[in-house]
Design a protein around this ligand. Structure first.
Ligand code: AHM
Ligand code: MG
Length: 332
């Protein structure tokens, strides 16, 4: 395989397809460098003082891990000074982060979940960073309102997964490509081009301990899968649940599957568990760019008009035919 680095890939995309401009290229390069730094911090584990809780709660009222805070700071500092951003928003911060006045401003808005699946960090299971890029509407200040755009408006989305290898998965709205971190050289190298998610699958991912709290369409769907060969689906299904969305979605990108964090009576008041702007939208863009589907059970996730920065939604995504089936059960 030709060794195409992320930098070269981006320059060639800019030249040949005109899908990105210099500022967006810089943005992706900077985010990828920040992900490298996060990967290194995570890799130090128990040797450095990076594990465990930070002793604070985030805007969602969740306990922050030290690495949640460290990852958030790495992303903020890396992206502040380049002149490519109008503003940033993070799952870990209540309000958007303004670019300090001493730096020039650009046209893009960057949103991120700095460390997704962070409850897994202390047990050495894969975690990741998820990001989404929007344009700041012309003439608008980069305050909360500027960020409230449906997922269809994303110009780019991606995630890094810090597992046995560190990967960067990226879409510019023109397919999905996977880059592997070459640790010796300190660069990302293209290792999978134009990934496609199989339309059919026999594997599902859901936190089954919530079964009694789900809505009837989800209960029906999962019960049918669990009934296996003897049930209406007439085949056996396998289940996986890492509890790191990046790892679960990455498995689906590699070999198909359906991922669900549906509405349940525990999270009903909040609207769901996962966050629309930091998790659902970027992952939906990637999944749809790879030929999969993503809905909240009733409508495409990417079409939802956000009402607030930290809005939560039910998430059902992955192999097309299974997502369409669960969505049809909800609409019946
Ligand atoms: P986080 O962003 O605070 O880490 O929370 C999101 C994570 C997802 O990665 C994962 O799919 C889900 O929460 C797991 O939830 P649960 O522990 O309820 O199974
Ligand atoms: Mg998180």
């Amino acid at each position: 395989m030709r060794h195409i680095t992320l930098s070269r890939f981006l320059i060639e995309e800019q030249r040949s397809k005109n899908v990105i401009c210099g500022d967006l290229r810089l943005l992706i390069e900077v985010v990828s460098r920040a992900c490298k730094a996060i990967s290194i911090a995570i890799g130090k584990g128990g040797m450095a003082d990076v594990l465990g809780s930070a002793g604070s709660d985030n805007v969602q009222g969740e306990v922050q891990k030290k690495l949640d805070v460290i990852s958030n700071e790495i992303l903020l500092e890396a992206n502040e000074w380049g002149g490519h951003l109008a503003g940033m928003a993070s799952e870990e911060m209540e309000l958007p982060h303004a670019i300090p006045n001493r730096y020039p401003k650009g046209e893009y808005l960057l949103l991120f979940d700095p460390l997704d699946g962070s409850s897994n960090i202390d047990v050495n299971v894969s975690v990741g960073t998820i990001f989404s890029v929007l344009r700041c509407p012309e003439g608008m200040e980069p305050d909360e309102k500027a960020f409230l755009q449906p997922g269809t408006q994303q110009v780019c989305a991606g995630y890094a997964v810090y597992g046995p290898t560190t990967l960067l998965v990226l879409t510019l709205g023109d397919g999905v490509n996977v880059f592997t971190l070459d640790r010796e050289m300190g660069r990302f190298v293209l290792t999978q081009e134009n990934v496609r998610i199989p339309e059919d699958t026999r594997e599902f991912a859901i936190n089954a301990s919530n079964m009694r709290f789900w809505e009837p369409p989800v209960q029906r769907y999962i019960n049918e899968l669990l009934a296996g060969k003897e049930g209406p689906r007439q085949q056996d299904f396998n289940m996986r649940w890492v509890a790191s969305m990046v790892a679960d979605v990455h498995r689906i990108l590699c070999r198909g599957g359906i991922f669900m964090y549906p509405l349940d009576s525990k999270t009903l008041a909040k609207g769901g568990k996962l966050r629309l702007m930091y998790e659902a939208n970027p992952m939906s863009m990637i999944v749809e760019q790879a030929g999969g589907r993503a809905t909240d059970g009733r409508r495409p996730l990417l079409e939802i008009q956000p009402e607030s920065l930290h809005q939560r939604v039910p998430v059902i995504l992955g192999s097309k035919n299974e997502v369409e089936r669960v969505t049809a059960y909800h609409l019946k």
